[in-house]
Every structure is written in structure tokens, then in C-alpha cells.
Design a binder for this molecule. Structure first.
Ligand SMILES: CC(C)(COP(=O)(O)OP(=O)(O)OC[C@H]1O[C@@H](n2cnc3c(N)ncnc32)[C@H](O)[C@@H]1O)[C@@H](O)C(=O)NCCC(=O)NCCS
Ligand SMILES: Nc1ncnc2c1ncn2[C@@H]1O[C@H](COP(=O)(O)OP(=O)(O)OP(=O)(O)O)[C@@H](O)[C@H]1O
Length: 227
């Protein structure tokens, strides 16, 4: 199995493309945003640490995070953003590695990891065979973000500026998906990349590696047991 990172700018269309990979093409996909929500649910240690760091009133009475309030804080204050990242990201990484392992056991050819901050944190880059960057124009990001999250233009810009510039990310990706047009056009670019991923033989090297290591261990055990 090999790993494919999928990233982009905020509201550039990562979830839209992930949905095509998962629901239309049947790919194994892991969504870092969804995991980042799970790991801060009431009762988790990340939830408790966030309350200590940001104050009790960052949560609603039932313990769930007030995401709008936390977003207002961290997208306007870099040090608070780093603080939140340092609480949430280790738990996200742990859960992602577990989910990757489960897909490995199921024998998937590749897994797509939708990670918004792939190039900012760089933590999972060494494990990836390919990366895909979904892009649109900055004006489209602002417009889509304002509409989807009911944000002012200034707040939408603050969120965009909290990440690496999208054109820099495009240069770092193995593939890009142009999401400036219609969803139908995006679907067709996604399908082309899917075909390339399916024809890749990179998953075989890991499987051969594992078979070689297991054979070596069994062989050594056998030789030692003969003496
Ligand atoms: C600040 C929070 C509470 C806002 O929640 P909200 O529901 O409004 O947004 P959501 O989680 O759906 O994120 C939307 C997008 O915002 C961007 N984003 C989220 N967190 C960050 C961050 N720390 N830095 C830069 N961009 C971010 C990503 O592009 C993400 O796809 C939430 O984003 C959060 O907990 N962020 C910290 C964890 C994180 O880094 N998540 C990103 C993937 S690991
Ligand atoms: N090609 C498109 N044309 C019009 N609207 C689109 C297109 N692609 C995505 N959108 C809309 O733009 C918004 C952002 O898309 P999406 O949620 O896929 O982005 P994202 O990169 O996953 O966002 P985030 O970084 O916030 O998680 C959504 O409301 C989506 O429906």
C-alpha cells in the first residue's frame, strides 16, 4: 500500500475532491478535519487541555467546543494558533496512523489522506508517495469561504493568510487539481489522477519489503533453533 496526501488552500475544494475519490471511485480516504473534530470531543484529553489553555468559556455547557469562537481567536493570533495545533495535531497524527494501519490490513492499494496543513506541518510528508494539491483562485476561496462559513471578507482573508500561499503548495505537489471551473471539470481531473494512481506499482515495494523482513526473521529463527 502507498499513501497519497491531498491538500490545498482553505475552501479550495479538498473535501469536494475527497468525496469524489471516496463516494464515486471507492477509494480509501482519511479526513484530517474529521479526525480533528473527533479528538476534541467532550471527555478527551485534548478537550481538557484546550479548556485549560483557552479558558472554560471556549466550550458550551455540554463540553463541546465552541468552534466559531475558537476559530475567531486562532485565525487572528499566530501564537494561539500554534498553541491549539500543539494540542490537537499529535492526537490527529496518532489516529491517522491507526486508520492507515487498518486500511493496510484490509489490503488497499493506496490510501488518500486529506490533510489541509500537509505542507505547513510537513510531518507526514516522508511517508507519502504522491501528493495532490487542489487549487482555485484567491477570489474564489474568499467567496466560497464567505458563503459556506458566513464570514466577513476580512475574516475569510485572515483564514487564507494563516496558511502557506496556495501557489507555493501547487509547486510542491506531485499533481494538481484545478477547481476553478465546474464540479464536472474537477471530477474529470480527479478521474485522470485516479487512473494514474491505480496503474502505479509502488504498493508492491512495501509488500515485498514486509515479506522479505518476515522471511529473514523466520529464517534466522529456524537456523538458531537448529543449533
Ligand atoms: C479552529 C477550529 C476550531 C475551527 O473549526 P471550524 O469548524 O470552523 O473549521 P474546520 O475544522 O472545518 O476547518 C476548516 C479549515 O480551516 C483550516 N484550518 C483549520 N485549522 C487550522 C490551523 N490551525 N491553521 C491553519 N488553517 C487551519 C483548514 O483548511 C481546514 O480545512 C478548527 O479548525 C481546529 O480545531 N483547528 C485546529 C486543528 C487543525 O489544525 N485542523 C486542521 C487539520 S489537522
Ligand atoms: N468547483 C466548484 N464550484 C463552486 N463551488 C465549489 C466548487 N468546489 C467547491 N465548491 C464549494 O466551495 C466550498 C469549499 O469547498 P470544500 O469544502 O470542498 O473546500 P475545502 O478545501 O475542503 O475547505 P476547508 O479547507 O475549509 O476544509 C464548499 O461550499 C463547496 O461546495
Amino acid at each position: 500500500m502507498f499513501l497519497v496526501g491531498l491538500t490545498g488552500g482553505i475552501a479550495s475544494g479538498k473535501s469536494t475532491v475527497t468525496k469524489i475519490f471516496r463516494e464515486e471511485l471507492g477509494c480509501a480516504c482519511i479526513d484530517a478535519d474529521a479526525i480533528a473534530r473527533q479528538v476534541v470531543e467532550p471527555g478527551t484529553s485534548a478537550n481538557k487541555t484546550i479548556r485549560v489553555a483557552f479558558g472554560e468559556d471556549i466550550c458550551f455547557p455540554d463540553g463541546t467546543l465552541n468552534r466559531e469562537k475558537l476559530g475567531d481567536i486562532i485565525f487572528h493570533d499566530e501564537s494561539k494558533r500554534y498553541k491549539l495545533n500543539s494540542i490537537v495535531h499529535p492526537a490527529v497524527k496518532k489516529q491517522m496512523l491507526w486508520e492507515i494501519f487498518l486500511y493496510f490490513l484490509k489490503g488497499y492499494h493506496f490510501v488518500i489522506l486529506d490533510i489541509p496543513l500537509l505542507f505547513e506541518t510537513r510531518q507526514l510528508l516522508p511517508f507519502l508517495t504522491f501528493s495532490i494539491v487542489v487549487f482555485c483562485t484567491e477570489n474564489q476561496q474568499v467567496k466560497r469561504l464567505m458563503e459556506r462559513n458566513q464570514l466577513s471578507e476580512a475574516d475569510a482573508m485572515a483564514r487564507i493568510k494563516s496558511q502557506l500561499p496556495l501557489d507555493e503548495k501547487c509547486q510542491m505537489g506531485s499533481f494538481t487539481i484545478d477547481n476553478t471551473g465546474t464540479i464536472e471539470e474537477t471530477r474529470s481531473y480527479t478521474l485522470n489522477i485516479y487512473k494514474t494512481l491505480c496503474s502505479s506499482k509502488r504498493h508492491l515495494s512495501l509488500r515485498f519489503g514486509i515479506v522479505a523482513v518476515v522471511s529473514l526473521l523466520l529464517g534466522t529463527f529456524f537456523l538458531l533453533s537448529q543449533n
